[in-house]
Design a protein around this ligand. Structure first.
Ligand code: SF4
Length: 346
C-alpha cells in the first residue's frame, strides 16, 4: 500500500457515482453497497486490481456507516418494491470493514429490504464476528474459494499467508449460525481446473446453499484494469458446456434455475448529467487508480437520488494539489450512474 492514501468518506461526498465505494444501482431490486475498497490479498486474476501489491491504485476508501445507510434508505425507497436485496461487495473485501455488523443491522432494518447478502473471502473474520453478523440479520455469504489445495489457494490469492482451511472452517460456522453460504470460485483454465469438482463436492457435503445452487463458478475474464493471468480464457460456449458436463458427472446443479435468485427490474436512479454535458465539480480526493481524481458537482441537492461523485480522468496531470479546486469537466460515461469525466482545461 506504499504511496496510497486511505480516505474516510463522510456525508459531504455523494454515495452514488463511483464503483470504488458507496452505492451502485443497476436498475434491479439488488442494490450493491460498497463500504470499503481495501483488500489484503493480491489474487493473481483480480479484476479490480486490489491488494497491497497493486501498482495501479493510489487511493483506498472506507465509508462512514451513517451516510452510507442514509443514502441506502433513500435508494431503497426509490425502488418502490418490498423485496430489495442489499448486496455488500466492492472493489475490495468488505470483510475488512470495521462497521460491518452495524451496516448489516442498519440495512436489514430499512423498510423494503428483504435480504442482506455479502461477498467476501471470510478468512479475516472469526467465530464471534460471524455470530455478530448472524445476529445483525445477515442472510447469505457469497464466499470466494478458488482452490481447496492450500498451496494452490495461496498461489491464486497472491499471498503466502492465506489460509483456505480457515475460510472453510468459517463457512461451517456461518451455516451453523444460520447464515446461508454460496461458494463462488473463479475458474482460471490450466490453473485450478481440478479444484472445481473438489469445491463442488465439498460444498454439497457441508450443506452449502441450503437448496440453492451451492457453487456459482465464475469464468476468468481479463479486465482492462485488472491483473491478468497468462492463460487462454474459455469462451462462454466452452464454459457453459463444461459446467453442464460437471453437473451431470457430479449430480449437483451448477447453473441456477430461472427465478432462483428473485432478481427483477426495479426503477433505476435518474441520471442527472448526460454524456457530453459540461459540469463544474470541486475536486475532493484522489480517484482509486493513478491518473484519476474524484470531483463532486457543485450544485449538490443533499440527496442520494441526485448527487453524484464523478471520477475525473486527469492522466499525468492528476495531483493532490487539485484537491479543493474547482474544475469544468465533460462527462464521457454515465452507465448505471457511474460517472467518468475529462477535465476541459488542465
Ligand atoms: S479478487 Fe477479491 S480477494 Fe482477491 S485481491 Fe481482488 S478484491 Fe481482493
Amino acid at each position: 500500500m506504499r504511496g496510497r492514501l486511505v480516505y474516510n468518506i463522510g456525508g459531504e461526498i455523494p454515495q452514488v457515482g463511483t464503483l470504488a465505494f458507496g452505492i451502485v444501482d443497476r436498475g434491479t431490486n439488488v442494490i450493491e453497497v460498497r463500504p470499503t475498497s481495501i483488500c489484503a490479498l493480491n489474487c493473481i486474476f483480480c479484476s479490480v486490481n486490489a491488494g497491497p501489491l497493486s501498482r495501479v491504485r493510489w487511493a483506498e476508501y472506507v465509508v462512514e456507516p451513517e451516510p452510507l445507510l442514509s443514502a441506502l434508505e433513500e435508494v431503497v425507497r426509490y425502488k418502490k418494491t418490498d423485496d430489495v436485496e442489499v448486496h455488500i461487495d466492492g472493489m475490495g473485501d468488505p470483510g475488512h470493514y470495521p462497521h460491518l455488523a452495524q451496516l448489516v443491522r442498519g440495512a436489514k432494518s430499512i423498510k423494503g429490504v428483504a435480504l442482506v447478502s455479502m461477498q467476501t473471502r471470510l478468512y479475516m473474520l472469526d467465530k464471534e464476528a460471524v455470530q455478530q453478523l448472524a445476529n445483525a440479520g445477515l442472510d447469505r455469504f457469497n464466499v470466494s474459494v478458488d482452490a481447496l489445495d492450500p498451496a494452490l489457494a495461496k498461489k491464486l490469492a497472491g499471498a503466502e499467508w492465506y489460509d483456505v482451511e480457515k475460510a472453510l472452517e468459517l463457512i461451517k460456522i456461518a451455516l451453523e449460525a444460520g447464515i446461508n453460504v454460496i461458494i463462488s470460485p473463479v475458474w482460471v483454465p490450466g490453473l485450478n481446473d481440478g479444484e472445481m469438482p473438489k469445491i463442488v463436492k465439498w460444498a454439497a457435503e457441508n450443506g452449502v446453499g441450503r437448496g440453492q445452487t451451492p457453487v456459482l463458478i465464475q469464468k476468468y475474464i481479463p479486465h482492462k484494469r485488472g491483473r491478468k493471468v497468462e492463460v487462454r480464457p474459455m469462451t462462454w460456449g466452452e464454459f457453459w458446456r463444461k459446467l453442464r458436463e460437471m453437473e451431470k458427472e457430479l449430480g449437483i446443479p451448477l447453473i441456477p434455475k430461472k427465478g432462483e435468485y428473485n432478481i427483477h427490474k426495479a426503477p433505476e436512479l435518474p441520471k442527472p448529467y448526460a454524456v457530453g454535458d459540461t459540469i463544474t465539480v470541486e475536486i475532493v480526493a484522489r480517484g482509486i487508480f493513478k491518473g484519476e481524481m474524484l470531483g463532486v458537482a457543485v450544485n449538490k441537492r443533499g440527496s442520494a437520488i441526485w448527487d453524484r461523485v464523478v471520477t475525473v480522468a486527469y492522466g499525468d496531470a492528476a495531483s493532490d494539489e487539485l484537491v479543493g479546486k474547482r474544475a469544468r469537466v465533460r462527462v464521457i460515461e454515465n452507465a448505471h450512474n457511474i460517472y467518468i469525466a475529462r477535465p476541459l482545461r488542465v
